[in-house]
Design a protein around this ligand. Structure first.
Ligand SMILES: Cc1cc2nc3c(=O)[nH]c(=O)nc-3n(C[C@H](O)[C@H](O)[C@H](O)COP(=O)(O)OP(=O)(O)OC[C@H]3O[C@@H](n4cnc5c(N)ncnc54)[C@H](O)[C@@H]3O)c2cc1C
Length: 301
């Protein structure tokens, strides 16, 4: 029978860490993942203690392999298409794209987020020479001629100030947005070039940026840079399960992964619908798993 104590949707660091904790706690769990983790486009992950420089694929494989040590854990490569409560929320039905049905007492949503870029061609370079997280990839880009692409002044200024310590050879491109006098002055004092004209195209080879062409016809050479995407949840599970979601898009929790909807827990980037990091997401996953195990323990003891 496909009946579990907990189904974990998503096997990024949040879901895998939750799975490991619940497997070690001898809970019957299913971990489901469809391989759409947003970091799959990059070659190396950095900053995860003891795993600095590991590929995203090797990280995921290592996490899935660790789950195999625990016989009460099942792993499914599949897409969850729907989660529905029944019996007043005492049980949930999880459906997958292969038309399989799973029954579970509790669910941890760990489905991450996805990015939307100021213009689609960023995708071609994202993860190889254009990045969004300086803590993840700033070191590799140090002292290079970089571009910062952001179309809101607060984002432009935040990125410029932050990236400056990795490389002072900076051009900021606002893609048509004018900066205030004070901000423009702050950048000019540091010899950061400002381009407010709209971008026509990004050009390079195999994901490595070489040139940016503006609609004015001007072209500049850059070997990479940082973009500020917006982030969104790739599904509506939290909403459909009745979780309270704040105005800023954050799913309300008790700080330990419990949502306001009974038996529904959340971990990793999908909670705030914003970017974080592998290590923070893994920690979130363990927190949510401890909440699940504590609740099951108190309910059944
Ligand atoms: C280009 C790039 C480089 C990065 N580099 C670093 C770095 O160097 N260091 C660092 O710490 N962080 C890095 N990050 C950020 C890091 O990848 C995230 O912070 C982290 O992966 C978030 O973990 P998560 O578990 O919340 O979500 P994810 O890792 O995104 O995992 C979510 C999982 O849910 C699954 N999923 C989604 N919907 C469904 C569904 N309906 N059914 C089944 N499965 C589903 C997906 O397949 C995915 O595997 C980088 C991100 C990007 C984009």
């Amino acid at each position: 029978m496909n009946t579990f104590d907990c189904v974990i949707v998503g096997a990024g660091p949040a879901g895998l860490s939750a799975g490991l904790t619940l497997g070690r706690a001898r809970r019957y769990i299913a971990v489901m993942d469809n391989g759409t983790n947003r970091n799959r486009v990059t070659q190396q992950s950095h900053g995860y203690l003891t795993r600095d420089g590991i590929t995203p694929q090797a990280f995921k494989e290592a996490g899935v392999n660790e789950l195999k040590n625990y016989p009460s854990v099942s792993y499914f490569h599949t897409t969850v298409t729907g989660i529905r409560k029944e019996f007043g929320g005492e049980r949930m039905i999880v459906r997958t794209m292969d038309d399989e049905t799973f029954y579970t007492e509790k669910v941890i949503l760990a489905t991450g987020v996805q990015e939307e870029f100021p213009f689609p061609s960023v995708r071609e370079f994202y993860g190889k020479s254009l990045f969004s997280c300086p803590y993840c990839d700033g070191w590799e880009m140090k002292d290079q001629p970089l571009i910062i692409i952001a179309d809101k002044e607060e984002h432009t200024m935040h990125m410029a100030r932050l990236i400056y310590n990795w490389s002072s050879d900076l051009i900021v491109a606002t893609n048509g947005v004018e900066l205030s006098k004070d901000c423009a002055q702050e950048l000019k004092e540091r010899k950061i070039i400002i381009k407010t004209e709209p971008i026509k195209s990004l050009n390079g080879h195999n994901g490595y940026l070489e040139k940016i062409e503006f609609k004015t016809g001007e072209t500049i050479s850059r070997s990479g840079g940082f973009v500020v995407p917006s982030f969104y949840r790739p599904n509506q599970f939290a909403k459909h399960l009745g979780c309270e979601i704040d105005e800023d898009g954050t799913v309300a929790t008790d700080g330990a992964g419990r949502t306001t909807s009974k038996n529904v827990y959340i971990a990793g980037e999908t909670e705030k619908s914003a970017s974080s990091s592998l290590i923070i997401s893994a920690a979130d996953g363990q927190k949510a798993a401890v909440s699940v195990n504590t609740d099951i323990t108190l309910e059944r003891f």
